[in-house]
Design a protein around this ligand. Sequence first.
Ligand code: SF4
Length: 340
Amino acid sequence: MQNFLQDIFYRPLRDLRISVIDRCNFRCTYCMPDKEDSRQYSFLKPGEWLSFEEIIRLTKLFVDCGVTKIRLTGGEPLLRPNLVELVGKLREIPGIKDLALTTNGFLLTQYARALKEAGLDRITVSLDALDARLFRQMNGGKGNLQKNLEGIAVCEGLDFDTIKINVVLQKGVNDGQVLDMVSYFKGKKAVLRFIEYMDVGNCNHWERRYVVPSREVVDLISARFPLRPLAAKEFGEVAARYEFVDGGGEVGFISSVTRPFCGTCTRGRISADGKLYTCLFASEGVDLRAPLRAGANEAELSALIKNVWQNRTDRYSELRTKIRSNPEPAHKVEMFQIGG
Ligand code: SF4
């Protein structure tokens, strides 16, 4: 029977992001830049990843706690062997209304059809530029723009509920790409979402001056392609949605820096090694893998999950300025460990 679990601020646990692997074949500058400090990180070994059986067991418990939306993330989730099999198993769990995946797109042409046939509802692809040189610059020289565009085109030919294109804007880097990207995707099934550059993890050397406020992007686009705001589809929706006045579809803006949305945050995250994090900017996670492997039963695991969420007070983005004013801010989990 589905209960609705609420945290200290009465935010329900409704979305679960499951990182199935911390490894990635890209080195995006805003997540895992190919620099000294991120090179220090030692990736999990396969035996340390939650097995598919463990992921299924935990997911069922989260669904019993009110979760209806599952998003598979990484690192790069398509690097996890047999991921299509996991999608199929998750699809069988009653109560999951929305099964989505976020990918860097490199392996999309290879897996898109199988993912759809296994039951995936929605797909989100990262694509930070349409300029091939800039695209490669932003992912550490690992990506292939044409391959990504082909992968997106394949997805557009398949019956996904939605296809989202995530663009992390960095001032002086790819903010000059906005109108080209709108021109390319306007009228297509894929929906662009411009994301404010965030201080995730510890190794992207974030500075506020490199953030392009969404307000400016809305104004820039609207000057060429008039926009009007749309109402949120549901409580906890991350992106502010707009539609093109001329009927050319939608575009979204995720503004964690200039318009924090912690007040309606319904997202829990599980890392590939089975830790439960209650915020993208958390420092600590609660280990679910150890009790799972030590023989804890469903009631014990469920009690652990409930206790974590009911005591949740996270609202990092609302407190960012204050938290960052601390000369020794806490070490944060890396985005590639828990997904965006
Ligand atoms: S900063 Fe944390 S609490 Fe706020 S919206 Fe993001 S994940 Fe949720």
